[in-house]
Structure formats: structure tokens, C-alpha cells
Design a protein around this ligand. Structure first.
Ligand SMILES: [Fe+2]
Length: 223
């Protein structure tokens, strides 16, 4: 392919038009509308998580399970019983870290943060015992969401990310699952890891097979 043809192809693609001259001679795979997920790790995770764990188990001891009645899964969650953890002292440092990373994520996506600053609207904790899971869902009335792992012993199920177009795709038999044909991806649960994603992105957690608790903190941002 000549440089001139490559430029023509790019211009045609921007206009949403096909370039017959290029496709006859070559093959190009273009990835359009990627699903963007950001991962990061907090410094001193062991120390941070030790303090968070104490606070979480204190909350769990005195706060009823806020599991929404519409959910068919089982776990301990404060999503409807205490979803303003970011206002409590033990969680403020984590909230500041997550807010910084949410802004990084927004900058990656070229969001006009000067006009539309992000605001953390909710933070809650999820405790998965053995057999506990989270059904497929997304987070309403928010723009960005995040999950931070406080406790994720070996064998902890990861965060399953469901492709935005999965419902509309006919999944053909394949010889290998790749980025080009998958409708789902899994992000491993690791202590100290923060995962940021757009709030409309559907996700779930498989039943936990381990005896120890798997604990995550979830957040929502609006602007
Ligand atoms: Fe979620």
C-alpha cells in the first residue's frame, strides 16, 4: 500500500465511506468503539487494606444487608443501607485516590472536566462469602464507576465485563476466543487494584468458590 492510498483510506473511513481501491488490494482490520477499562494499583495496598478491613467488618456488624429486593444474587452489600462511605473517616483517603484515578480516566476519554467536573456520589462495600455472586448489572444515573479490591484471596472470581453489543451478536462457533470475537472479558480481582469503567458497562461476578471473604468497594461518579 502506498502512503497516498493509506491517506485516502483514512479520509474515506472518517467520512464513513468504503474505499474500494484499498479493500480490493488489501485487508485492514479496524477496531472501532473500543470498550475502555482502566486498571491501577494503590501504593501500600497491604497497609491501606488492613485499616479498611477493620472498618468494613465494624460496619458489617452494625449495618443490615442492603441487598436490593430486585436482585436474585446473594452477598452482603451496603448499596442500599450505607452508600456514603466516602464521607466516613476510614474511607476518605481511598475516596481521594479513586477520585484522582476517575479524573485520569476522564482525561483519557477527553472529557471536558472544566465544564463537567466529576463528583463521587456513592461508595459502598460488597462482601462475598462462599457461593456469593453478583448478577449482570450496570450502574444507573452515573457516568463512571469503579471497583476497588480490599480482599481477594487466591481463587477469588474476577470481574466479568460483558460486551456492550453482546445481546445483539450472533456468537459463531470459534476455534479460539480472541479480542476480535469475544463478547465477555474477565479482569482479575487483586488486592489493591482499582478498576474504572463507564457506568453503562454491564458486569457481574461468578459464585465465589473460596472459604474466605472476597471484599470490594464500589463507587459511582456523576458530573
Ligand atoms: Fe457493579
Amino acid at each position: 500500500m502506498s502512503i497516498g492510498k493509506r491517506r485516502d483510506s483514512a479520509e474515506g473511513n472518517r467520512r464513513g465511506q468504503s474505499e474500494e481501491r484499498v479493500t480490493k488490494e488489501n485487508k485492514e482490520i479496524r477496531l472501532l468503539f473500543p470498550t475502555v477499562v482502566q486498571e491501577s494499583f494503590i501504593d501500600d495496598a497491604a497497609e491501606v487494606n488492613r485499616a479498611l478491613l477493620q472498618a468494613i467488618y465494624d460496619i458489617k456488624a452494625e449495618t443490615p444487608n442492603g441487598l436490593p429486593s430486585s436482585w436474585s444474587c446473594t452477598l452482603y452489600t451496603t448499596i442500599e443501607s450505607q452508600n456514603a462511605l466516602h464521607n466516613l473517616a476510614p474511607f476518605r483517603e481511598l475516596a481521594a485516590y479513586i477520585t484522582g484515578k476517575a479524573n485520569d480516566f476522564a482525561k483519557t476519554l477527553k472529557v471536558r472536566l472544566d465544564d463537567y467536573p466529576l463528583e463521587m456520589r456513592s461508595m459502598w462495600v460488597n462482601v462475598y462469602g462462599k457461593g456469593h455472586s453478583q448478577e449482570i448489572h450496570n450502574h444507573s444515573n452515573s457516568v463512571f464507576s469503579g471497583v476497588y479490591y480490599v480482599k481477594a484471596p487466591p481463587g477469588s472470581p474476577g470481574l466479568l465485563i460483558h460486551g456492550p453489543m453482546a445481546d445483539t451478536m450472533v456468537h459463531m462457533p470459534v476455534t479460539e476466543e480472541t479480542l476480535l470475537n469475544s463478547t465477555m472479558g474477565e479482569i482479575s480481582a487483586e488486592e489493591g487494584k482499582l478498576v474504572m469503567f463507564r457506568s453503562w458497562l454491564k458486569h457481574s461476578v461468578k459464585p465465589s468458590p473460596i472459604d474466605e471473604d472476597r471484599i470490594s468497594i464500589a463507587v459511582n461518579f456523576s458530573c
